[in-house]
Design a protein around this ligand. Structure first.
Ligand code: HEC
Length: 150
């Protein structure tokens, strides 16, 4: 065996192995991308207001305190499912009003409770954020988080 295992054989195993795993990597990446675009997310519902809502989310760095679908900071509640927690899947207008009221009431000043700053969001920004949260709640997360409280 030892005298048969030549330099050429070693090189072929190296190149063949690299090529094989590179091809596997590319096809898994393509498969994941296809799943995200066609199954995992609501591509049709991705409206301008959803995109604007995401910009509001980024502009104010909400992620510095909150997580969204698990990404972000763990100072404040997970917001990937906040739309459902506010009942938006059953009563969208009620959830929009509740979100607007929440933003307007911050900081709560309740002692012993973590505080969220006042961002002075316009009605348009609040509405766009609501659309962004509604859209995010429709992402197929395969039942994550396991508890509705995030
Ligand atoms: C400095 C940290 C901080 C930042 C930045 C922040 N939040 Fe919060 N947020 C909090 C905390 C803390 C709470 C929970 C407060 C409580 O329960 O009294 C909260 C609660 C919320 C809730 C209610 C969640 C629930 O389950 O009831 C929403 C909605 C929310 N934040 C949205 C946002 C949005 C949108 C932004 C960006 C514009 C943002 N937050 C930025 C700290 C923050």
């Amino acid at each position: 065996m030892t005298e048969r295992f030549t330099k050429a054989a070693a090189r072929n195993i190296f190149y063949g192995g690299s090529l094989f795993f590179f091809a596997a990597f590319v096809s898994l990446t393509a498969a994941s991308h296809k799943y995200v675009v066609t199954t995992g997310t609501d591509a049709q519902g991705l409206t301008d207001s959803v995109a604007r809502g995401k910009h509001v989310w980024e502009k104010h760095s909400c992620i510095n305190c909150h997580s969204i679908l698990g990404e972000g900071a763990y100072f404040a509640p997970e917001l990937g499912n906040v739309w459902v927690r506010y009942g938006g899947d059953k009563d969208p207008q009620g959830a929009r009003d509740a979100l607007a009221a929440w933003f307007a009431a911050q900081p709560s000043g309740i002692e012993g409770r973590r505080q969220m700053p006042q961002f002075h969001l316009s009605d348009q920004e609040v509405s766009d954020l609501a659309d962004f949260f509604a859209w995010t709640s429709r992402i197929n997360t395969q039942n994550w988080p396991p508890k509705v409280s995030g």
